[in-house]
Design a protein around this ligand. Structure first.
Ligand code: SME
Length: 161
């Protein structure tokens, strides 16, 4: 297994997602442990995109519980009806928040986070197994390229559930 990511010298997110996808696929294809795979996915996304915070909240004990992540320490448990992560869980769809201050009920784990995207990881049955959350220190930092790139990536994780 390659121990470093090969990244193109571009800031074009769509291109970066295209470059990272097969590498993450290779990285997790030979490992069956979910925690190990989530940890490497978070690390790869942090390295490739430099998100302020990126990681997983896993459905557990009737809540969203902090899983592997990269970035500053974060809230450990999120009720299903709270925050952007809760909205993603309940609506079972990706949520892009251009300005977290404008999102009612947003949970501020860090005041430095200004915008975010949360993507559900769906089981074959359609239920949510976990959510992938990426936060940025810039306003309006996520768009449809991130949505497409991350939704494609989480399908790799979903296959291993
Ligand atoms: N902002 C999220 C909480 C998780 S942290 O950003 C890492 C939310 O509102 O659900």
């Amino acid at each position: 297994m390659a121990e470093t990511l090969a990244l193109p010298t571009t800031t074009d997110r769509a291109e970066l997602y295209r470059a990272v996808y097969p590498q993450i696929e290779a990285l997790i294809s030979t490992e069956s442990d979910l925690t190990a795979n989530l940890a490497n996915v978070a690390a790869a996304l942090k390295e490739a995109f430099g998100y302020f915070w990126v990681g997983f909240y896993v459905v557990k004990e009737g809540q969203l519980v902090l899983g592997p992540f990269q970035g500053p320490i974060a809230c450990t448990r999120i009720p299903f009806h709270k925050g952007v992560c809760g909205a993603c869980y309940t609506q079972r769809k990706t949520i892009i928040v251009p300005d977290v201050e404008q999102f009612p009920g947003h949970i501020a784990c860090s005041s430095a986070s200004k915008s975010e995207i949360v993507v559900p990881v769906l089981r074959l049955s359609g239920t949510v197994a976990m959510v992938l959350d990426a936060d940025s220190e810039q306003l309006n930092d996520f768009d449809v390229a991130d949505q497409a790139g991350l939704e494609r990536l989480v399908r790799l994780i979903a296959r291993k559930l």
